[in-house]
Ligand binder design. Structure first.
Ligand SMILES: [Zn+2]
Length: 433
């Protein structure tokens, strides 16, 4: 069983969520949505709990803010993702330490980070798959599907039901039709109403920062997708220690996935920054040891993962104003000095409302401008710790050398024993998204 001296049980998770919301009612709100399929026999019933967080205080509509929809706990066995959601809520309840970190070298500065936070609204689903989680806590540590055997991350309408040659219904049964599952249908309704700029779906099983497509082996073309890839590259350095696989889920994970939420959010709801973050994986775990495969087992590793990926949301926030699909009205209106690349598609992309009538906030705009410059500088510093100097050059050469050696090892490592091991692990590893 999971070590519940480290991990929260489902009940403890929601007790903590309720306490946080109660204690911070001026910025947090909890919606408990009853979701069900009454037509099925027996009826299938669950709930979807959504925490709305507005660090700047509740507003009636969210048109003028950056909107992030963050989903955790979609797969029951990936308990660690739920812990990240909890940590994120704790930080948002009291962001003072996080704001101090804004003053780190290369950081945005405390005041600027605060301004950015105040211009954001989060919708956080700490545990999408409550019924699947019940099964896991009941002892089925390998269960990823919902309470009636459907992988909700295959239940969305983009390329729904398409099956690869090695399709395994035990891992990724997509349901009887798109949105047959109350969990997916409820998230769809939520996203339609909220119109997020960012969708982030947290998973575990490997370390990766994915963007569309999951059902095609490449990322979308165009400026917006390229900018999104750049965001992921920076996050990889800041949040993932440079270890994360990057790019299209369908290419990077080694198989195509059909009917995923991330593809739907991007393609149908036009959510410009649509992500699947894979936050942890243990390649040395036995393929039957699902808990260890998907979740850190030591307190030290647990803390590291939870802290990194909760902070990752703030790192993302810092990068958003420079993304061409984030309407300027939502971040830095009329900064005056900000350069916009020729042909940059700002303001309202199709389907994503920017409100269109946000009042200018010059101070915030100027603040974000200066901060952005520092961020891009910081991003460079993280790659080559002394840019332009010999040290930077040597650092770059070392990275290249390690990459070449790594590649050679990878190519030569295809021995028979390794191949057998890989085959045994494959089914489970394939189903991380
Ligand atoms: Zn998953």
């Amino acid at each position: 069983m999971p070590d519940f001296s480290i991990y929260h049980t489902k009940d403890q998770v929601f007790e903590e969520v309720e306490n946080l919301v109660k204690a911070n009612a001026q910025i947090m709100k909890l919606d408990v949505l009853a979701i069900s399929d009454e037509v099925s026999d027996p009826p299938y019933r669950s709930s979807l709990k959504v925490v709305t967080v507005e660090p700047g205080g509740h507003t009636r509509d969210h048109d003028k803010k950056m909107r992030l929809l963050l989903n955790y706990g979609e797969h029951g066995r990936e308990l660690i993702t739920v812990e990240v959601a909890l940590r994120l809520l704790q930080i948002l309840a009291d962001p003072s330490a996080e704001l101090e970190r804004g003053d780190r070298p290369g950081g945005p500065g405390k005041a600027r980070l605060k301004a950015l936070l105040h211009n954001t609204v989060f919708k956080i689903v700490p545990m999408e798959n409550e019924k699947g989680r019940d099964l896991v806590e009941g002892g089925n540590l390998c269960e990823r599907k919902n309470g009636r055997g459907v992988d909700t991350n295959r239940n969305w309408e983009v390329h729904w039901g398409h099956k690869e040659k090695d399709y395994d219904p035990n891992e990724e049964y997509p349901g009887t039709k798109p949105f047959s599952e109350p969990e997916a249908a409820a998230l769809l309704a939520l996203a339609r109403k909220f119109k997020p700029h960012v969708w982030m779906n947290a998973h575990s099983g490997m370390e990766a920062l994915f963007m569309p497509y999951d059902h095609l082996p490449h990322i979308p073309t165009g400026e917006v997708a390229q900018a999104t890839l750049q965001v992921l590259e920076k996050l990889n350095n800041v949040t993932c220690g440079g270890r994360c696989a990057l790019g299209s889920g369908g290419k990077s994970v080694g198989y195509l996935a059909h009917g995923t939420a991330t593809d739907y959010m991007y393609e149908r709801l036009k959510v410009p920054l649509s992500f699947t973050w894979e936050i942890y994986g243990d390649n040395d775990a036995h393929f039957n040891d699902c808990f260890r495969m998907f979740n850190p087992v030591s307190l030290e590793a647990f803390d590291k993962v939870v802290t990194s990926w909760a902070d990752g949301i703030f790192a993302l926030l810092e990068l958003l104003p420079s993304h061409p699909a984030i309407p300027r009205t939502n971040t830095q209106p009329h900064s005056g000095g900000r350069k916009v690349e020729p042909g940059a598609t700002r303001s309202s992309r199709e389907g994503v409302s920017d409100g269109g009538n946000a009042s200018p906030d010059r101070r915030l705009g100027a603040a974000v401008q200066g901060w952005q410059n520092r961020m891009s500088e910081a991003a460079r510093l993280r790659v080559f710790d002394a840019p332009g100097s010999r040290k930077g050059l040597i650092g770059g050469l070392c990275v290249a050398l390690v990459a070449i050696v790594g590649f050679v090892v990878l190519v030569r490592g295809g021995g028979r024993a390794a191949a057998a091991k890989r085959a045994a692990r494959r089914k489970r590893e394939e189903a991380v998204l």
